[in-house]
Write a protein that binds this ligand. Structure first.
Ligand code: FPP
Length: 262
């Protein structure tokens, strides 16, 4: 795996520690174009993308961001050429196997979100092992969205709730946002505060649809394999300049003290 992309382990001084996002989600777009621009097969962009993702997770640990979710493979990505799909499945499995000891040492908790039953059995086994082994780690809660689709997750939750209603465990009038949230893959995680998408695309692409309700969006033209700590720094600066109102109005500016007052 490549060396860390930059060495800035300290939180940059122009960022406010107590206003960092608790959870950052990333759509790692542009891997194929990054590789094609260099005359490389598309999959080389994915391979490089893993190094970048790893550094982002360590950067979150260094700077104090507690949770990361990365969109590794969507329910729509099965429509890609079989060779690319197979490469991605094998890559995720290989990276898990290779990085697990280091993730343990660095106290990274690994989770998967998505329909794991649709993945190759060997990847399901590796994912289960990684989740189990890292389940008590507390530095960064790192989720890998694999065979994930926001609509599919919502349908999955609806079905589970309907079954509970049918069994008499829940009444329809008890189904509220809190109950719904408990049936999502992300039931014990905070929602993302910040979504970063690379390569300039202005889409959410079926990622964490429910959870993204109040996320701040940050889009950079940079392709994912070129994303680094400086880019992340820029995204966090932009985030800290946003006025997160959650439907309310802005807090009025503090009135200036009348002249002559002590
Ligand atoms: C989007 O770029 C990227 C993906 C669909 C795959 C991203 C997956 C990884 C980097 C592997 C993650 C591995 C682990 C272990 C978490 P694209 O191919 O759509 O790029 P393009 O828009 O330029 O074609």
């Amino acid at each position: 795996m490549a060396a860390r992309l930059t060495v800035s382990r300290e939180l940059p001084t122009d960022l406010e520690r107590d206003r960092l996002p608790q959870h950052v989600a990333v759509i790692m777009d542009g891997n194929g174009r990054w590789a094609q621009k260099r005359g490389l097969p598309r999959v080389m962009g994915h391979r490089r993308g893993v190094d970048v993702l790893k550094d982002l997770v360590y950067c979150c640990r260094d700077w104090g961001v507690g949770a990361v979710t990365a969109y590794a493979f969507s329910t729509e990505n099965w429509k890609r050429p079989m060779m690319e799909v197979n490469f991605l499945m094998a890559l995720i499995e290989r990276v898990l196997r290779r990085e697990l000891d280091e993730m343990m040492a660095e106290q990274i908790r690994i989770r998967f979100v998505g329909d794991l039953s649709g993945l190759p059995q060997s990847l399901q086994d590796e994912a289960a092992r990684a989740m189990e082994r890292t389940s008590h780690n507390g530095a960064v809660d790192f989720a890998i969205a694999t065979n994930y689709g926001g609509r599919q997750e919502i349908v999955h939750a609806c079905r589970a709730i309907a079954e509970r209603v049918q069994r008499g465990e829940l009444r329809p009038d008890q189904v509220d946002e809190g109950v719904f949230q408990q049936h999502l893959y992300t039931c014990d995680r905070v929602d993302p505060d910040l979504l970063i998408r690379t390569s300039g695309e202005m889409r959410v692409s079926n990622f964490l649809l429910w959870q993204m309700a109040y996320a701040e969006l940050y889009v950079t033209e940079t392709f994912w394999p070129d994303f680094n700590r400086e880019e992340f720094h820029r995204a966090l600066l932009a985030y800290q300049q946003r006025d997160r109102r959650y439907g309310k109005i802005s807090a009025p500016p503090t009135p200036a003290a009348p002249s002559g007052s002590p």
